[in-house]
Design a protein around this ligand. Sequence first.
Ligand code: HEM
Length: 482
Amino acid sequence: IPLTWWYEFYYDAIQPGQYVFKIQELHKRYGPIIRVTPDGIHINDVGFLDTVYAPAMVRRDKYDYQLRSLRIPGGVGTTAGYHLHRLRRESLTHFFSKKNILYLEGLITDKVEQLKQLIATHVADNTPVNLSDAFFAFSNDVVTNFLFAHQTDILSNESKAVILRQNSKELLMGINLNKHFPWIPDFLESLLLSISRPMMPPGLVDMLALFDRVRNELLALTHTRPSATATTAAKPLGPTGKESVFDSVLDAPNLPDAEKTLPRLEQEGTLLALAGTESPAQTLTVAFYHLLANPALLAKLRQELRTLEQLPYLSAVIEESNRLSFGFTARTARIAYEPLTYTPSAHAAPSPCSPPGAQRKSYVFPPGTPIRTTTLSAQTAETVFPEPWVFDPDRWLGDVGRERRRFQMAFGKGGRRCLGIELARAELFLVIAGLVRAFDMTLFETGEEDVAFRCDYQVAMPGRGSRGVRVRARARVGVGSS
Ligand code: HEM
């Protein structure tokens, strides 16, 4: 077995979640290109991002080997092949459009109000609020209620939110191992559920429960579809004329029937719900930690929120929170079908092998080579983000800030860019503006370690001991809590 396999295995299993950091260290020693798996390479040069993560019309596949961590091959985000991915994505595009998000904005504002009520209860009881748990419940409720006809309401049950967030964290901590030992989950899945369930981590049991809810909804939908006009008349329909995301998929004209089967749709629904839960919650947590740890930044934001006009500073706070949340941290590779020529750009960090001023040698990667750049590498590139670990929203303002957005990888890039961007943006704007206007908060037994990127488990996680970002809140004078 090649050395790089052992490297990856060691940093996934023995020093879990550490490979992205090791890769950065290796780049300092060996320059902008290194081999990180037996057949794949990592490039530490944001000048090459648009070639690897190319626009939708250029054929790029995802790397099957990496996708096996998640074990949901029927989801749009976990589809390896370019052509199938385009069909699946096209069937969802209208549902995720800005127009549909605006139409369904009431779903988000209702949840923001509920979030404020939850904090107001802690204000009244004089107890700290765990924002990490509350944001997890918020984004879980929003995405599920947006996607499906059935409703979830975790925000109304804080102790359930604590358990679900913990379970989800533990599940993510284990999934890198699926890549190395796929036979373990294969074996568990081959057993009767009554036998395998007690052996499963609680996060996997939650995921199976989500599968069940999605399946029941699909079954109900298929039963009611022939007489859909009668049953849908009283329900609010989006501009797509649909009730749930499955209507969009089932009606997609270009999607073959094999793509509309129950098992495939179950996987799509589950993947969408998972994709829409962790990341917005993570960005909100990072945003609130840094705003509360830097009162001058909070004051600047508050000043801007007094006007109801354009909100460039809030937008900058969101960009910076997304940057330091690191989006999807896994080493998500792309495979090109043409040879790719790489010449180190001015962004490629100098190394003993390629000191500044040295002749820039070009390299040609043969078609089929998995190539990647982690979000850690891209979003801490010092040529683009000086002092990359400092939370500095100002870097996103003005013409220079606009230019920088080309390098923002938090939502991915190219044809596989995040499908939920508009939904995520709406959530982030409404929650940050809503809570900053309504409450004064101070951090409670929380430090930078609670939002620091210490482990890569597909998303950035702090060290094991972290209990999340906790705050004490007070209603702002002259502002009601709702
Ligand atoms: C701040 C919030 C969010 C961040 C930072 C984020 C980040 C990302 C990133 C980095 C990717 C690309 C992954 C890759 O390259 O393999 C992605 C893909 C995706 N995201 Fe998001 N996401 C967010 C919110 C959401 C929400 C609310 C949804 C709603 C369901 C969503 C659904 C998806 C889907 C379906 C994909 C796969 C797209 C495809 O492969 O065509 N995301 N997201």
